[in-house]
Design a protein around this ligand. Sequence first.
Ligand code: ACO
Length: 273
Amino acid sequence: MADANTDGRPETATDRADGALDEAALKEAGLRLEVAGAVATVTLDRPERRNAMTFATWRGLAAIGRSLPADVRVVVLRGEGPSFSAGIDLGMFSGEGGGFTDGADAEGTDRFIAELQEGYTWLRRPEIVTVAAVHGHAIGAGFQLALACDIRVVADDAEFCMKEPALGLVPDLTGTKPLVEIVGIGRALELCLTARTVRAEEAARIGLAEITVPRDGLDGAVRDLVDALLAVNAGAAVATKRLLWQAPGNSLDEQCAAERREQIGRLRDVFGR
Ligand code: ACO
């Protein structure tokens, strides 16, 4: 698979050899990063393309994940302009972006997709709580990005759509697992195999939105949530996220053991024993 952006130019690395982020490359990837103390805000910033994402965007997200300062506790993902994200940049299908299959065997394509998935997997790290602030369209890869976050704050104009099957593809940016875990297999099948749109009210009803607010209240609701998240003990937040995320895959016995393990650490930390 060719390594180029939708303009056909070579991808620019978003992280440098010294581990720091290359701001210019991030901008070119359609991303903006602002870090203020314990809060990092990642903005999808190609509003003229409804924040459509390219290979560079996913690599940029992965680079942000790798370079996040250790004292960041909350990461907010948001979209500039009228949409959260219209998903993959459709220019990538036309060959403008080098195409998807140029010269790649199955192993090479597997490696390539795994690299892109890294743009999403870091959002599950227990050291951070990730919040998607979703407004307007969250389509395909954009929907999956919201699903990769721990908590979704959703504006009343939001529209989710898992468009991939309609384009002959499967959702492959880590979205199928959280989707099934959140809405159940039947609803996940219905949503994906019809590629229909889920509006904010339904998203709240089926568990895709933890918080729903009027469009002009989105930023304020996210700020309030971030403040509340930061008010909780940092060590307990990390341990609890780790615990909760493993719960669905554990038996009751395994989960009880995990609770004991985490609590031993907490007791030492809180009471010094
Ligand atoms: N890729 C590239 N360009 C896009 C994309 C996209 N995914 N989505 C929107 N744009 C561009 C449009 O081409 C248009 O460009 P132009 O001004 O040069 O004509 C501009 O963004 C604005 O888009 P409009 O369609 O005019 O905006 P509108 O608000 O009416 O509609 C919507 C927004 C619903 C998102 C529509 O653009 C759309 O359906 N986009 C395609 C969505 C899609 O199929 N994504 C792929 C999903 S599958 C996956 O992600 C793996």
